[in-house]
Ligand binder design. Structure first.
Ligand SMILES: [Zn+2]
Ligand SMILES: [Zn+2]
Length: 381
């Protein structure tokens, strides 16, 4: 008589893979020996695992649906350990999933490996605009952890080895049993004698004190591509800290900080600058030479240029980071009115104004300015 695998998991014969997985997780949590150590529960746990092994495997599930038992001796089962062996095999991952809701790994059970990946590091790099615009090879120094060359990361003194932790017997965790109204609850916590590693290092490496890495200051050159912007990060793979026990180094991120430029302000890949143009020049027009980031460009200021005018120099901005081309340079023209005139200059300007029919109020005459203002507003000017 074949076992009722569907019944054990409490699912219908039409149950989907997801329903089977959910039912298994729920029951495995309930009957796991760590939670429920009594003998009947352990038998039940084995049945649950067997049912899951069968029903999560399309081929074995088919045998069940045809009335067979893939786990019975000669029942067409097989699998790791051979058929009929005590306790069906269920992937470790499935048990981990049942307890940690998927994605097993960090914080799991059992000894923690001594060798772990290193942390990422971040370094701030200040650059001037020409450097972010056209790229640069910047020397950097970074305080970091590197592999201990004395022990090559093992953390042990020459000729010695880690030893199994006596406190936890190498399991990396210690269990405690508590009686609660739900029954006995077994809980496990990391062993403090070995920090959960399951081993201790009685003779640590004298150079790194057992950490497998040493702190040092390292110099390297980072290639900054043209067109980077303030706040961007450049990733240097495995240039971060070496991990404990000589684990794979993390990444180093170089964060770009662009110093403000005296002349140009940057918006994306466009640059803006301001050029002062005397009122007379704005009126008469001229040719200016604009020093861009990397060239000198002749620029025509048309006669009659108004305050707030802007000239656009195409492709004189910052090169685009990806692809070709550059941003533009916008030259804002600040038309300047003279602030101090000597007597002759003032006289000339008055005459100039007269020739254009632009009457000028004289502030020196009491009330003159205000009365003319009134006239202007009343349309009598
Ligand atoms: Zn221990
Ligand atoms: Zn060492």
């Amino acid at each position: 008589m074949a076992k009722d695998y569907y019944g054990i998991l409490g699912v219908s014969r039409e149950a989907s893979d997801d329903e089977i997985k959910r039912a298994y997780r729920k029951l495995a949590r309930q009957y796991h020996p760590d939670v429920n150590p009594d003998a009947a529960a352990q038998e039940k746990f084995k049945d649950i695992n067997a049912a899951y092994e069968v029903l999560s495997d399309d081929r074995k599930r088919q045998i069940v649906d045809l009335g067979g038992d893939p786990l019975a001796p000669g029942g067409g089962g097989g699998g790791p350990g051979g058929p009929g062996e005590a306790g069906p095999f269920v992937g470790f991952q499935d048990i981990m999933d049942a307890f940690f809701g998927g994605a097993a790994g960090g914080g799991g059970r059992g000894p923690r490996p001594r060798t772990r990946p290193g942390s990422d590091a971040i370094l701030r790099l200040e650059l001037d605009l020409p450097e972010t615009a056209f790229g640069v090879e910047a020397p950097i120094t970074v305080d970091t952890a590197v592999l201990c060359t004395t022990c090559s990361g093992a953390g042990t003194a020459a000729g010695t080895h880690p030893e199994t932790c006596e406190a936890c017997g190498g399991r990396g965790e210690v269990q405690s049993v508590q009686r609660t109204f739900l029954g006995q609850v077994v809980s496990a916590r990391p062993c403090t004698a070995c920090q959960g590693h399951g081993t201790t290092i009685p003779n640590p490496c004298p150079t790194c004190a057992g950490d497998g890495r040493v702190r040092t200051r390292r110099s390297l050159t980072v290639k900054i591509p043209a067109g980077v912007e303030d706040g961007m990060r450049i990733r240097l793979a495995q240039q971060g800290e070496v991990g404990p026990g000589g684990g794979t180094a993390g990444d180093l991120y170089v964060e770009i900080h662009e110093r403000p430029h005296d002349v140009f302000s940057r918006k994306g890949d466009d640059l803006h600058c301001r050029v002062a143009v005397p009122m007379t020049t704005a009126a008469l027009g001229t040719r200016l030479t604009i020093k861009t980031l990397d060239s000198e460009e002749p620029v025509d200021v048309k006669a009659g240029t108004q305050p707030g005018s802007m000239l656009r120099l195409r492709a004189r901005g910052v090169p685009h980071l990806r692809g070709t081309g550059r941003g533009d340079l916008f030259v804002h023209l600040d038309v300047r009115t003279p602030t101090k005139l000597d007597a002759d200059q003032e006289q000339m300007l008055r005459e100039f104004a007269q020739t254009r029919g632009e009457e000028v109020a004289e502030l020196t005459k009491q009330g003159g300015f205000f009365s003319r203002m009134r006239d202007a507003f009343n349309g009598h000017a």
